[in-house]
Design a protein around this ligand. Structure first.
Ligand code: AMP
Length: 281
């Protein structure tokens, strides 16, 4: 596995690679790898001749009061996990390499980026879409791998790729979970033992919602209030949103019909966690 730190060096390796033919798979990440990340890497390694992983904690997707400066990092462990997962190139650019000058150009995806996480994190998806557009231009992969855990991010990036005619296919991999159901996340490392103990409630509440829907419940306000009750029951978890969004137009729906994303975001102490499931009726 090669570790590459400059855009120029990465481009020259990939130009040579493209001449040899074969597909390039790409996994964008912010590092501090867990099984969610390595599952994407393994999927790419299986389906492509070359797998490129970017590790870049992107400052422009963090708000001024968010966790940019304390975002967890462990380069040594990440390098080992990437190598063990079949990655060929680990691209680790500096902030200066990605943003040599303050940007004047941004990618805005519009209203699907303004709801859910976009409403509580203004500018977040603009930062995500902009860095992913830059990375797609740098790597020019055949296939990019994303995690369902960040369902709105998937929608925003899919729409950007479609609207800007970016010639990359997108594959979405399922959410990897701890044994107790908690969705794996680099931010789980912030949780104290007592916070970690309540964190599985997010997925438990989503599973309860799935059961309600299987039993015939279609009214999303009833489903949402049940999820809220289960998550906040007797604890100081603060709920940022619980929402049911139709996957056809990505807008909140009153009734479950077709494919619906049931998504939650909470704060446990100072840690922000998100999770989601897709239901169908
Ligand atoms: P991040 O490093 O958090 O920006 O995530 C990099 C990629 O890994 C994104 O496409 C995420 O959606 C994906 N990812 C993060 N957590 C998980 C998980 N638990 N299961 C599957 N994919 C994940």
């Amino acid at each position: 596995m090669k570790i590459i730190r400059t855009i120029k060096a990465l481009r020259s390796i990939l130009i040579a690679q493209r001449k040899k033919a074969g597909s390039i798979g790409f996994v964008p990440t912010m590092g501090y790898f867990h099984q969610g990340h390595t599952a994407l890497m393994k999927a790419s390694a299986k389906e492509n001749h070359v797998t490129v992983v970017s590790l870049f904690v992107n400052p422009i997707q963090f708000g001024p009061k968010e966790d940019l400066s304390r975002y967890p990092r462990d380069l040594k462990r990440d390098t080992r996990l990437a190598r063990e997962s079949g990655v060929d190139i680990l691209f680790i650019p500096s902030v200066k390499e990605m943003y040599p000058e303050p940007l004047l150009t941004f990618v805005e995806v519009g209203k699907i980026a303004d709801i859910l996480c976009g409403a509580s994190r203004p500018g977040h998806f603009r930062g995500v879409a902009t860095v992913v557009a830059k990375l797609l231009n740098i790597v020019q992969p055949d296939i990019m791998y994303l995690g369902q855990k960040d369902a709105q991010q998937v929608e925003v990036i899919k729409r950007m790729v479609q609207d800007l005619n970016i010639p990359a296919q997108i594959k979405v991999c399922r959410t990897e979970r701890e044994q107790d159901g908690l969705a794996m996340s680099s931010r789980n490392s912030y949780l104290s033992p007592s916070e970690r103990a309540v964190a599985p409630r997010l997925y438990q509440a989503l599973c309860q919602a799935r059961r309600m829907i299987a039993d015939g419940e279609r009214n999303t306000s009833k489903i949402i209030s049940q999820i809220k009750k289960l998550i906040s029951d007797g604890t100081n978890v603060s709920i940022e949103y619980v929402s049911c969004v139709g996957l056809d137009r990505f807008v909140p729906v009153r009734r479950i019909k077709g494919k619906v994303l049931v998504a939650v975001a909470v704060r446990i102490g100072t840690t922000r966690l998100i999770d989601n499931i897709v239901v169908k009726a």
